[in-house]
Design a protein around this ligand. Structure first.
Ligand code: PMP
Length: 418
C-alpha cells in the first residue's frame, strides 16, 4: 500500500482577511460602529461559514432527526450525525460515539454529576476541585456532595498570580478521591493548568478526571488522546459556534456504563407503562429533540478553525495577549493579576482608582466591550480579597490597532477616576 503523505501544514493566514469574515466585527454594533470586542472569553463572535451553516440548515434541510422515514429527515439525521463525527475528530476523540451533544459546558458537567456521580459516589468519597473553578464546575459538585455524602476538597491557589499549589496535590490525591475535576484554562485569571500531567497522575491512582475545556476549546490544539482525561466539557459559543450547543466527550466505554440522566423521547429503546430500556450511548443522554442546526453549525465552526489551524490560532492569541498585557501595564494605577508568563488569551486587572464595574461602564460607553466582576468565580475573588476584576479577553480576530485603542480608553478612564 502507498504511504499517505503527512498533511501539509496550513500556512499562516492573513489576519485582516480572517477578521473580515466576522460580520459584526466589520460592521460594528448598532450602539457602537467602532466596536472593540474584548469579551471573547464570555462568548466569541461568529464567522460567515457558521452563520451560513445555520441559515442553510433551516432553509434547505430542516426536519427532525432520528425518526423520519422520508428523505428530508434522513438528510437532517445524516448532517446531525456527521456533525458529531466532525466534533469527535476536531478534539481527537476515539469515536463519535464518545460525544454527547449538550447545551454547553454547564450542561455537560451537570450530566456527569447526575449520571456518573450518583452512580459512583458514596458517603466519605472525595471530589477534588481547584480554587480556580467557574461556578459551573463547582455548584454541580456541591449539589452532588449534598446528595451522596461525598466531600469537596480543593487544590489551593497560591495568590493573585493564579497558579495552583501543585505540591498540595501530594496530600490531596488520597485513595478516597474518586473524581478530580479542574479547569484547563481559568476564565478568571487566565491560568493554564498542566492538564495532561494531572490526568496521568490521577489515572495512575484510579481517579476519574474531568477537564472543563470552556476556555481551551478552539483556542489551543486539544487532543483528548494525549490529554488523557476521562471527561472533557466545552461550549460551542466560545469557539465561533452558535449558542446552546457544546458537548461532553468521554473516554471510550465510560458512557456505556453510565445510567441516563434526562428521560424522554429519542433516548429509549423500548418503553412500557412501567419501565423502559435505553439506547446505547451517546443517544441515551440526548433525550428530546436535540439542537440540530446548532450541532451542524458547531461542526462548521470546527472546520473553520481547522482551516486556519489551531497552532496559528494559539500563536496569534498568545502574541495579541502579550501585546495587550504590556500595553495595559503602562497605565498608572492598573495592576494585572494572573500568571506572569504563560496565560490564556485574557488579561484580568484592577485599577486602584476605580471599581471594576465603573471601569467597564466607562469603557462600554466608548464601544469597548469588557467584563467586570467576579467572572463566576466568587470564592476565588474572595480568597484573593479582590472586589472582582476587569477582564479583557481576546481571540485571533482581534487586532493590534484595537489593543492600542483599548489602552487609550483605559488610560483615559484612569485619569477620569483619579
Ligand atoms: N467553565 C469555564 C471555565 C467558563 O469560562 C465558562 C463560561 N464562562 C463555563 C464553564 C460555562 O460555560 P457555559 O456558560 O457555556 O455553559
Amino acid at each position: 500500500p502507498m504511504a499517505i503523505p503527512p498533511a501539509a501544514p496550513v500556512p499562516e493566514p492573513n489576519w485582516d482577511a480572517v477578521r473580515s469574515s466576522f460580520p459584526l466585527l466589520v460592521s460594528g454594533a448598532a450602539e457602537s460602529p467602532e466596536l472593540l470586542y474584548f469579551d471573547s472569553a464570555a462568548s466569541s463572535q461568529k464567522p460567515e461559514p457558521v452563520l451560513s451553516a445555520l441559515d442553510n440548515f433551516y432553509r434547505h434541510d430542516n426536519a427532525n432527526v432520528h425518526r423520519g422515514l422520508y428523505a428530508l429527515s434522513a438528510r437532517a439525521t445524516d448532517a446531525f450525525e456527521n456533525a458529531r463525527a466532525t466534533v469527535a475528530s476536531f478534539f481527537g476523540a476515539a469515536s463519535p460515539r464518545d460525544v454527547v451533544f449538550t447545551s454547553g459546558t454547564t450542561a455537560a458537567i451537570n450530566l456527569v454529576a447526575h449520571s456518573w456521580g450518583r452512580a459512583n459516589l458514596k458517603p466519605g468519597d472525595r471530589i477534588l476541585l481547584t480554587e480556580l473553578e467557574h461556578h459551573s464546575n463547582l455548584v454541580p459538585w456541591q449539589l452532588l456532595a449534598a446528595q451522596t455524602g461525598a466531600q469537596l476538597v480543593f487544590v489551593p491557589v497560591l495568590g493573585p498570580c493564579g497558579t495552583l499549589d501543585e505540591s498540595a496535590l501530594d496530600d490531596l490525591l488520597t485513595p478516597d478521591v474518586k473524581l478530580f475535576a479542574f479547569t484547563h484554562i481559568s476564565n478568571s485569571l487566565g491560568t493554564i493548568n498542566p492538564a495532561a500531567a494531572w490526568c496521568a497522575r490521577a489515572r495512575s491512582l484510579g481517579i476519574t478526571t474531568l477537564v472543563d475545556g470552556a476556555q481551551s476549546a478552539g483556542h489551543i490544539p486539544v487532543n483528548l488522546a494525549s490529554l488523557g482525561c476521562d471527561f472533557y466539557a466545552f461550549s460551542g459559543h466560545k469557539m465561533c459556534g452558535p449558542t446552546a450547543i457544546g458537548a461532553l466527550i468521554a473516554r471510550p466505554g465510560l458512557l456505556d456504563a453510565m445510567p441516563p440522566f434526562l428521560g424522554g423521547g429519542e433516548m429509549i429503546e423500548s418503553v412500557s407503562f412501567l419501565q423502559s430500556s435505553w439506547r446505547e450511548a451517546p443517544w441515551r443522554f440526548e433525550a428530546g429533540t436535540p439542537p440540530i442546526a446548532q450541532a451542524i453549525a458547531l461542526a462548521a465552526a470546527c472546520r473553520y478553525l481547522d482551516s486556519i489551524g489551531l497552532d496559528h490560532i494559539a500563536a496569534r492569541d498568545a502574541t495579541l495577549t502579550a501585546a495587550l498585557k504590556s500595553s495595559l501595564a503602562s497605565i498608572p494605577g492598573l495592576r494585572i493579576v494572573g500568571p506572569p508568563h504563560e496565560r490564556g488569551s485574557l488579561v484580568s486587572f484592577v485599577m486602584d482608582q476605580a471599581h471594576p464595574h465603573d471601569l467597564v461602564t466607562f469603557a462600554g460607553e466608548k464601544g469597548l466591550c469588557l467584563r467586570g466582576g467576579h467572572h463566576c468565580t466568587q470564592p476565588l475573588m474572595r480568597k484573593l480579597a479582590l472586589p472582582g476584576t476587569v477582564r479583557a479577553s481576546l481571540y485571533f480576530y482581534n487586532s493590534f490597532d484595537e489593543i492600542n485603542a483599548a489602552t487609550r480608553i483605559l488610560a483615559d478612564a484612569g485619569r477620569y477616576f483619579a
